[in-house]
Design a protein around this ligand. Structure first.
Ligand code: FAD
Ligand code: NAD
Length: 400
């Protein structure tokens, strides 16, 4: 009998854990497993605010796929997925033609959500990838480097705008506000010349998060010079800065876009029924009407029945889904029944730069150095899951 072909698209949190689990759960020669990713490395999206602000070497956030997965057991293809032909059970790749599958795992992550605001892709930084983070870091440093060299001292060179006070925006400004004093020092720029804005449409920063912790974060960031503009949607991004819903303009050469995400556009292109690029998957993580396709991570939508709203797209959920997805594929191969997925949310911790963070873990509120310790332990735990102690030693963070 032919071995079933399992194809995994995307080597982020969902794809890497699915691949790693399948190699452990399936017996030798039970299936052909192929992983496709646009780079030959895996990166940790959850760390990208740090290299983007210049507080962490981007190399720390990525690792070669061949260093962490057993490529004797998985066939890895470095390529870009351009389409999924679900009726023909084929994946179309940019360079390597096409791939057939018996089981497909779609773990292609997300894309920036603009909510139709014009100018984002032309004038703002919105790519939360390794190369996107490097570009933001280099651009920020360049603004400092040219400020004193231009005849006219333009304030917009030193005005930094973050669009959205969700966790991504808050974590990024936390890092940037921590780095600004060093940049001022290095480039002979008076500290008071630097303006940092976080602009949020909702009536609070971190909507839905614990108000006491939100206040802690805002007070800390304000003490570092960050100015919040709350209940203040951005209407347009232009080459000169942003236009707010009230018509006011803030001039800036640097707008970092963090107003949320939608699922990978290939979901829409492939014709899956979706909401903002996310497929409302069955309880066992398969796409409705497609018993051979699993969709996990930021491309999947699952509802939190307690509040009747979707769970936010997080790495925590992507990894948990990956484990269930791998075990369900094994069940199907063995003609057994699949199991349902229910997220087990252990908490949320967000870094604020330096040794500061906020979080709720197992219903306990944490802030300051204890939250920072927890955040770094969470980061290291993922490395341990993927590559054991050697990977923690190579790429891990010092929690103290
Ligand atoms: P990803 O991890 O994004 O992986 C998708 C993979 O698919 C990537 O490797 C990409 O290169 C590849 N890919 C995409 N398109 C193609 C294509 N066409 N062809 C081939 N390959 C392709 N969540 C938390 O739980 N905790 C946190 O602390 C946290 N912090 C975050 C901080 C930041 C700055 C950001 C931006 C997000 C953070 N998140 C956090 C959210 C979390 O990163 C995502 O929910 C998570 O990465 C989703 O995992 P995924 O496997 O679906 O996609
Ligand atoms: P988000 O959706 O959580 O937050 C985006 C924010 O942008 C919202 O507060 C929204 O009101 C605001 N916004 C939307 N349109 C706007 C506009 N036009 N002008 C101004 N503000 C606008 O998105 P995110 O922060 O990118 O996070 C994406 C996902 O990643 C979420 O699920 C989040 O929980 C997760 N994440 C988690 C962590 C962590 O756990 N530490 C860190 C980063 C991201």
């Amino acid at each position: 009998m032919n071995k079933p072909k399992i194809v995994i698209l995307g080597a982020g949190y969902g794809g890497m854990i699915t691949a790693s689990r399948l190699t452990k759960e399936l017996g030798y020669n039970e299936a052909d497993i192929t992983l496709v990713n646009k780079h030959n490395y895996h990166y940790q999206t959850t760390w990208l605010h740090e290299p983007a602000a210049g507080t962490l070497d981007p190399e720390k956030t990525r690792m070669k796929i061949s260093d962490v997965l057993n490529l004797n057991k998985i066939h890895f293809i470095k390529d870009v997925v351009v389409d999924i032909k679900k009726d023909e059970k084929k994946v179309i790749l940019e360079k390597n033609n096409e791939l057939d599958y018996d089981y497909l795992v779609v773990a292609l992550g997300s894309e920036p959500e603009t909510f139709g605001v014009p100018g984002v892709f032309e004038h703002a930084f919105s790519k939360w990838t390794v190369n996107g983070a490097r570009q933001v870091r280099d651009h920020i440093e360049y603004q400092f480097s040219i400020y004193n060299n231009e005849t006219e001292k333009r304030d917009e060179l030193l005005t930094f705008i973050v669009a959205g006070a969700g966790f991504t925006g808050i974590e990024f400004i936390g890092e940037l506000s921590e780095r600004v004093p060093q940049l001022c020092d290095s480039y002979d720029v008076p500290r008071e010349k630097v303006k940092m804005y976080v602009i949020e449409a909702a009536p609070t920063a971190l909507p839905g998060f614990d108000p006491e912790l939100v206040e802690y974060a805002m007070n800390l960031l304000e003490s570092r010079g960050v100015e919040f503009k709350i209940s203040c949607p951005i209407k347009e991004v232009t080459e000169h800065g942003v236009i707010l819903a009230d018509g006011n303009e803030i001039k800036s050469e640097t707008v970092v876009w963090a107003t949320g995400v939608r699922g990978n556009s290939l979901i829409e292109k492939a014709g899956f029924e979706n909401m903002r690029g996310r497929v409302k998957v069955e309880s066992d993580l398969r796409a409705p009407g497609h018993g051979d396709i699993f969709i996990i991570g930021d491309c999947a939508l699952i509802i939190n029945e307690e509040i009747n709203r979707p769970y936010p797209p997080t790495a925590q959920i992507a990894m948990q889904q990956a484990a269930v997805c791998a075990s369900n594929i094994k069940a199907l191969i063995h003609n057994e029944t699949t199991k349902g997925f229910k997220p087990d949310i252990k908490g949320t911790v967000a870094s604020l730069g330096g040794k500061e963070a906020i979080g709720i873990v197992f219903d306990r509120k944490l802030y300051g150095s204890s939250a920072n310790f927890m955040k770094k332990m969470i980061d290291n735990r993922y490395l341990y899951m993927l590559g054991g102690t050697p990977l923690v030693l190579k790429k891990g963070k010092n929690p103290l």
